[in-house]
Ligand binder design. Structure first.
Ligand SMILES: C[S@@+](CC[C@H](N)C(=O)[O-])C[C@H]1O[C@@H](n2cnc3c(N)ncnc32)[C@H](O)[C@@H]1O
Length: 212
């Protein structure tokens, strides 16, 4: 199908991330994926994590086309079409009847998990704030937020490769950059989300789980 994009990094990290999701996600419900990118993760995770429903989202229309292309290449009943969701918006489309219009007649179980992979360092800090505020509004009492990416810890890079990546990001956009896990945890706590787990991942990345 037209528009299919391929991300080498998503291909590399999908298996290690799946292994963490298998043990951390609630067994049922709907997972809202923020910033789904190409759609490779959505296609892979939705098939592997049934019976959970998977609701991808993307702010970039070209990437939403790519997600639809992956969905068409690898059909899965639990994988729904992508929402147009910008974390900076004061209300997200899952919060009103726009969701019903977007996914047609399919009735989804409640969203009880939000996942966000490799976004908060490749966007301004406001995107991390928007993500936390939205997760705070949407997640129910037993809900969780899963983040994956490179992080500083206690203000320090955890590897020379992360420091070099941070420099590279900032040269591309001064508002981008590898975030400090303590800063991210602080803004999560302001929204009632507690850091529950930090899991070291390949290539000096972390999986971070926040819970209500
Ligand atoms: C490096 S890509 C990661 C994509 C995908 N999660 C992956 O791991 O392959 C960063 C993503 O963040 C998205 N993004 C940036 N700013 C955003 C915002 N304000 N709201 C929602 N998504 C945003 C971009 O459109 C892009 O898809």
């Amino acid at each position: 199908m037209d528009g299919l994009q391929f991300s080498p990094s998503a291909e590399r990290n999908k298996e290690p991330i799946l292994q963490v999701l298998q043990t951390t996600l609630p067994p049922t419900g709907t997972v809202l994926e923020i910033a789904s990118g190409s759609g490779q993760h959505a296609a892979y995770f939705s098939a592997q994590l049934r019976p959970r429903h998977w609701l991808p989202s993307e702010v970039d229309p070209n990437l939403r086309r790519s997600i639809l292309a992956w969905r068409s290449d690898e059909p899965c009943q639990e994988l729904h079409p992508p929402l147009d969701l910008n974390v900076l918006e004061p209300s997200w489309p899952v919060e009103d009847d726009r969701i019903t219009r977007t996914i047609g007649a399919v009735e989804l179980p409640p969203i009880n998990a939000i996942i966000n992979i490799n976004m908060i360092h490749i966007s301004p800090w406001e995107a991390c704030l928007g993500l936390m505020v939205g997760a705070g509004r949407i997640l129910p009492a037993d809900g969780l937020l899963f983040l994956y990416g490179p992080f500083k810890q206690d203000g320090e890079h955890t590897a020379p490769s992360n420091a070099a990546f941070d420099q590279n990001l900032r040269s591309r956009n001064p508002k981008w950059g590898v975030r400090d896990l303590e800063d991210v945890t602080r803004v999560a706590e302001q929204q009632g989300l507690k850091r529950a787990e930090v899991i070291p991942m390949p290539a000096n990345n972390l999986s971070v789980v926040f819970k209500r």
